[in-house]
Design a binder for this molecule. Structure first.
Ligand code: FAD
Length: 461
């Protein structure tokens, strides 16, 4: 039957497209349904990729303006053409999403454009331009991702009160940018506009920013961002935001006191919710968590209905592209009758501020809470030759190891190359390495990675 598949995947984000390619490689007749005109999901279109493209452009701007002089480089007047920066970002996104399309086509994955809805355990309808097509599948992977949350009183208007999607498309640098939420998305997007000249105020309900980070790293990040010009209003709740003209007026509350702030743009980045409403899950019997909205899955990513799987932002765990891809790969393997799995203990998380923050495994706070006996070792980038050559000496590497066995429990890095360096720590965790294993591994000199080796050596003092 032409429209019957071994596997249909709903959503083409880093979860869905990776699952599709992997399933095709494993010999499954596979289709992928996507409602957006471009493949790649949030990550490629309005998430990881455009945000990093803007972070890179704004970092070059900052380097040219502030840091090059210390290398003896003289520059003329430095300017920023925001429309050119945005056009470059769009080109990066287009190139990558085109690549995903080619990748699927090369693997003979059938791409169906339209909005998918479950019509039964093995049946899906795809709506596109007023037409409905019905397809059948032995297996289905739900990979519809997530959408930004707008809390009560903070509805997005797309012009002044923005979600992460709209702030990636601004055509001018806002004078005063307010950010509700001190998580990684707010800090990264705040960094872009701060470097380009905005006054950035982060309003966070908790007493600290980036609350899931290791405390030592988080405190260092906060103080470095403050030095760069971020204003933090911590332990502060936004109760309401209204728009008058082209300004947002925000009412905040802290210690029982109320205050009003005014911004040219307000980014609301307080979290994301799984995107399930179009899928018709209840009718088919796919269970979701009533509190969080996540689709319930077991260790094999199987939902409550046989043959239907769910991955990525739709299911519990960190909302990260590489976690979605790892689950996509595992689900494809399981459907193909192979032993697929994801090691949730070794998923890195990275914040692309300057300096970057990257971590894997348990934080010191976590280890303490779990009552695990532990030791730590740390090494500052100021002691690494390569970091000195580049003038990137802020930050440190911290290794947490089991006190008795020396097995690595967590690695936390704040520093210029943290995003790339964390891969070695992830591999170490994956292989169950000890701190001594890293300390005795010969690292190239001079590199940033030597700081990890030194921090591992410092565990045993
Ligand atoms: P998504 O990428 O959300 O893709 C879901 C797809 O399903 C979408 O294309 C959607 O159109 C489609 N879809 C939805 N419903 C239907 C339907 N009914 N029918 C057909 N198609 C449908 N993560 C990182 O790891 N690193 C980062 O640096 C990073 N930066 C980020 C920056 C920002 C600003 C944001 C917002 C997110 C960032 N993320 C980052 C998170 C990352 O983008 C997500 O974790 C990831 O995209 C989730 O992948 P997914 O495949 O689960 O879903």
């Amino acid at each position: 039957m032409a429209n019957r598949y071994d596997l249909v995947i709903i959503g083409s984000g880093p979860g869905g497209y990776v699952a599709a390619v992997h399933a095709a490689q494993l010999g499954l007749k596979t289709a992928c349904v996507e409602k957006w005109p471009r493949l790649g999901g949030v990550c490629l279109n309005v998430g990881c990729i455009p945000s990093k493209a803007l972070l890179d452009s704004s970092e070059y701007f900052h380097l040219a303006k502030v840091q090059l002089a210390s290398h003896g480089i003289t520059t003329g007047t430095i300017g920023m053409d925001v429309s050119k920066m945005m056009a470059r970002k769009e080109q990066v996104v287009k190139d990558l999403t085109d690549n995903v399309k080619k990748l699927l086509e090369n693997h003979k994955v059938v791409i169906l454009q339209g909005t998918a809805r479950l019509a039964g355990k093995n049946r899906i309808t795809v709506d596109s331009a007023g037409k409905t097509e019905t397809i059948e599948a032995d297996n289905i992977i739900l990979a519809t991702g997530s959408a930004p949350v707008a809390p009560a009183g903070l509805a997005f208007d797309g012009k002044t009160i923005l979600s992460s999607t709209e702030i990636l498309k601004l055509d001018a640098v806002p004078g005063r940018l307010g950010i509700v939420g001190g998580g990684y998305i707010g800090l990264e997007l705040g960094s872009v506009w701060l470097r380009l000249g905005s006054q950035v105020t982060v309003i966070e309900m908790l007493p600290e920013i980036a609350s899931s980070m290791d405390g030592q790293v988080r405190r260092r990040l906060q103080s470095l961002l403050k030095k760069q010009g971020f204003t933090f209003r911590l332990g502060t709740q936004v109760t309401r935001a209204t728009v008058a003209g082209d300004k947002a007026t925000v009412v905040i509350e802290s210690d029982g006191k109320s205050e009003t702030l005014e911004f040219d743009k307000l980014l609301v980045s307080v979290g994301r919710r799984p995107l399930t409403q179009e899928l018709n899950l209840e009718a088919v019997g796919v269970a979701t968590d009533p509190q969080t909205g996540f689709v319930r899955v077991d260790a094999s990513l199987h939902t409550s209905v046989a043959g239907i799987y769910a991955i990525g932002d739709l299911v519990p765990g960190p909302m990260l592209a590489h976690k979605a891809s790892a689950e996509g790969k595992a689900a494809a393997e399981i459907i193909a009758g192979k032993p697929g799995e994801v090691n949730y203990d070794a998923i890195p998380s990275i914040v692309y501020t300057a300096p970057e923050v990257a971590s894997v495994g348990l934080t010191e706070e976590h280890v303490k809470k779990l009552g695990i006996p532990y030791v730590t070792g740390a090494f500052p980038f100021a002691g690494a030759g390569r970091a000195r050559c580049l003038g990137e000496t802020e930050g440190f590497v911290k290794v947490i190891a089991h006190k008795a066995t020396d097995r690595i429990l967590g690695v936390h890095i704040i520093g210029a190359r943290a995003a790339e360096m964390i891969a070695e720590a992830v591999l170490a965790l994956e292989f169950g390495a000890s701190a001594e294993d890293i300390a005795r591994t010969v690292h190239g000199h001079p590199t940033f990675a030597e700081a990890l080796m030194e921090a591992a050596a410092a565990v045993r003092k």
